[in-house]
Design a protein around this ligand. Structure first.
Ligand code: 1CP
Length: 344
């Protein structure tokens, strides 16, 4: 049954017209109904770990836009929490973690705790999966090791990644231990997500573009490859989408060397380059600029049409280059979906 869903067919290499679509951060603060349920929990992690609330947040955007895929409502930072690191989300500030500073801090991370601490996420997946219609696919996700490690080492968002880049370059053997821990925990977590109903997976490597080629191969391509291999050893048919954001022309080697079935591209990737270099290798997902979505109007509409004409004749999934910004008018999202589906 599941392989008739258009999103899954696209990830298996079929060209679907009109292309399936979903948007990164399709659930979240730009929706008034999200802000309403979000206010019922004080702390964001509590919200993520309450299956009824997380399942409802997942479903909200589907009611408005009938997207072709639902994405589990959770966060990439549940993995550091699962490993025993202290993670909090401060209002207006984003995530705050007790930053790792030494090899001893890495040694304290406990992979054996992850399964128990993240059990509520599995309940959420079960709940979403049991209520989904036969057209809509369910995406599970995790952060890729480098991006998760960035928050674990920097302790917060909005940095240039100076600490993580120094640690990776100056003490690579210690850093490799952290990457091993994250590969192991993330692979097990994703396998568990598939067991509980996820039909496709996305690995978010949002900060991959900070690295020069040599470091990108070591800390982005290799860990993503290991996770794809581990998940496919258990579930060979589950499609995996990689998202090494801002990777430039390294997107091509990322796809070749990791074994992903799909690649999500950021808004800076030229459309003709993506069509000639990436479409022959795998399904491409992207790449409307989230700021153009915020602005709306004719500039946004022309961009949507350009993306459709450049990539719509290959295996393609329409998405953004990065997540929906909180101040985006919901009408703009509706307008894009109507254009994709040929309603306007
Ligand atoms: O109070 C709130 O509502 C908090 C805002 C929020 C939301 C809605 C955060 C905090 N996380 C989320 C949900 C979320 N995060 C999803 C849900 C599903 C969906 O897409 O609808 C997903 C997939 C993520 C993934 C995520 N979290 C990423 C990777 C994708 C990306 O945007 O690059 C990253 C980097 C995070 C970290 C994170 N979580 C939240 C914040 C404010 C941040 C920091 C972002 C930054 O450093 O810029």
């Amino acid at each position: 049954m599941s392989n008739v869903k258009p999103f899954l067919r696209a990830l298996r290499g079929e060209t679907i017209t009109p292309p399936p679509c979903w948007f990164m951060r399709q659930a979240g603060r730009y929706l008034p109904e999200y802000r309403e349920i979000r206010s019922t929990a004080e702390n964001f992690l509590d919200f993520c770990f309450t299956p009824a609330l997380a399942a409802e947040a997942t479903r909200q955007p589907l009611r408005r836009y009938a997207f072709d895929a639902a994405i589990l409502f959770s966060d990439i930072l549940v993995i550091p929490h699962g490993l025993g690191q202290h993670v909090a989300f401060k209002q207006g500030e984003g995530p705050v973690l007790d930053a790792l500073e030494t090899a001893q801090d890495i040694a304290k991370l406990d992979v054996s705790m992850v399964k128990g601490r993240l059990a509520p996420v599995m309940e959420t997946l079960r709940e979403i999966s049991s209520g989904l219609d036969e057209h809509t696919a369910l995406i599970g996700f995790a952060g890729a090791p480098f991006t998760v490690a960035l928050y674990m080492i920097e302790g917060r968002s909005g940095t240039e990644g100076t600490k993580i880049r120094q640690w990776a370059a100056e003490r690579p053997n210690e850093f490799a231990v952290l990457m091993d821990v994250l590969c192991t925990a993330t692979s097990a977590y994703l396998i568990e997500q598939v067991y509980h109903g996820a039909e496709a997976l996305q690995l978010f490597d949002s900060w991959a573009g900070l690295l020069p080629e040599s470091q990108f191969r070591k800390w982005v391509i290799e860990p993503n490859r290991r996770i794809v291999e581990a998940v496919h050893a258990v579930y060979p048919d589950v499609p995996i989408i990689g998202f090494p954001r801002n990777a430039g022309i390294l997107y091509r080697d990322f796809v070749r060397d990791t074994g992903v079935q799909g690649v999500s591209i950021d808004a800076t990737v030229p459309l003709d380059w993506a069509a000639t270099e990436l479409l022959p290798l795998c399904t491409v997902q992207g790449n409307l600029d989230n700021h153009l979505l915020l602005s709306g109007g004719i500039v946004m509409e022309n961009e949507v049409r350009a993306i459709l004409s450049a990539l719509g004749n290959g295996p393609f999934v329409f998405n953004l280059g990065h997540g929906i910004l909180p101040s985006t008018p919901p009408d703009h999202v509706g307008r894009v979906v109507d254009i994709i589906r040929g309603v306007v």
